[in-house]
Design a protein around this ligand. Sequence first.
Ligand code: GDP
Length: 444
Amino acid sequence: EMFGQLTSGLEAAWSKLKGEDVLTKENIVEPMREIRRALLEADVSLPVVRRFVQAVSEQAVGKELIRGVKPDQQLVKIVHDELVKLMGGEVSELVFAKSSPTVILLAGLQGVGKTTVSAKLAFYLKKLGKSCMLVAADVYRPAAIDQLVILGEQVDVPVYTEGTEKKPSDIAKRGLEEAKKKRIDVVIVDTAGRLQIDKAMMDELKEVKKAVNPTEVLLVVDAMTGQEAAALVTSFNLEVGITGAILTKLDGDSRGGAALSVREVSGKPIKLVGRGERMEDLEPFYPDRMAGRVLGMGDVLTFVEKAQEVMRQEDAEDLQKKIMSAKFDFNDFLKQTRAVAQMGSMTRVIGMIPGMNKVTPAQIREAEKSLKIMEAMIEVMTPEEREKPELLAESPVRRKRVATESGKTEQQVNQLVAQLFQMRVRMKNLMGAMEGGSIPALSN
Ligand code: GDP
């Protein structure tokens, strides 16, 4: 099973939470230690592990527990979401040039599966309806050229070769010319691999890149090499400039370190993964599916997501019921105004977009100031007063106390109380329930 060791390592983390009711700073220490250990054993690089564990801990402790969801299940979900983020979140699609042909340059060390990937990629693109051509620019290994020709025949894609005597950049250039003549959609250039990074290889790669101006430069890396793969992606990117990586041999007993580290370490996405020796064993890299496979707990994830959804719905229904029954209180008021304030900061971002500056910064500052004032007054209210605004409406003594304790004027408190009842009415109207909800006059 792929990532089997990582999966069972993480299981140790969940098991530490069995029997707990909530996630606390104290009871996540042990599970976090297990997560850390599992990731390090999977050969994820240390800085990545540190950041990951930190992010998960912060989320776990701050999180309100969803009804019906146990702490271990909640932690599974948090780890899942962080894993997805770690791997770049969204799938990173191959980019095609505006005018054909698109050139894809493949680089990589020897033995990582680069030649196989060239043919697999052609096969994959053919399925997408694109015509392809392979260019053999790996001139140091005659066997590599022969292999490419054989694989090309296998997937029924033309292979452009000039043997081993010519310069790779010239071969690539002429290959591209040929593809243009034949109106090919995608040209895949297989470049030379070495046993390790050396300057000659990098220089040659730069030269080929310059000669054919590729849309994609993809580094093929072997998943079995763990965090070393991430380091390779980083150095190729710094030296040559690449657009992403292809991770091969994910079907083997790879520990997962490469899949989890590449994006975070190099800043470059994994675009495709190889999961076997057959031509059809190449597929896009889906961070969410990958995280799901790592955890091997699809049912738990689905369950937690459903529970979250139910809770969101209940929250919304709750608020709606309160509004309908004129129970809308200062707690809801605070929630509402805060939500609006958040929208205010969004408006600020929107305001930066030319032509969309409807809300002025001054207006936003004003709104934020009045929110602060309201918060100060609501904070000094007793829980009872918050839930029953009538108490304040009826008692000048209470209003005076709120004013004194919050350092605001009585007039400001009066305004706030009046505003709440106005909001009740306005919301009731909004909900279509027109009857009731009159504004009580403040008694003196
Ligand atoms: P190159 O030296 O980088 O061109 O590597 P090759 O394409 O010749 O592949 C080296 C070996 O790895 C071959 O035996 C391939 O069949 C094998 N290989 C390549 N990709 C995968 C993969 O995704 N899974 C598995 N199991 N083997 C692969």
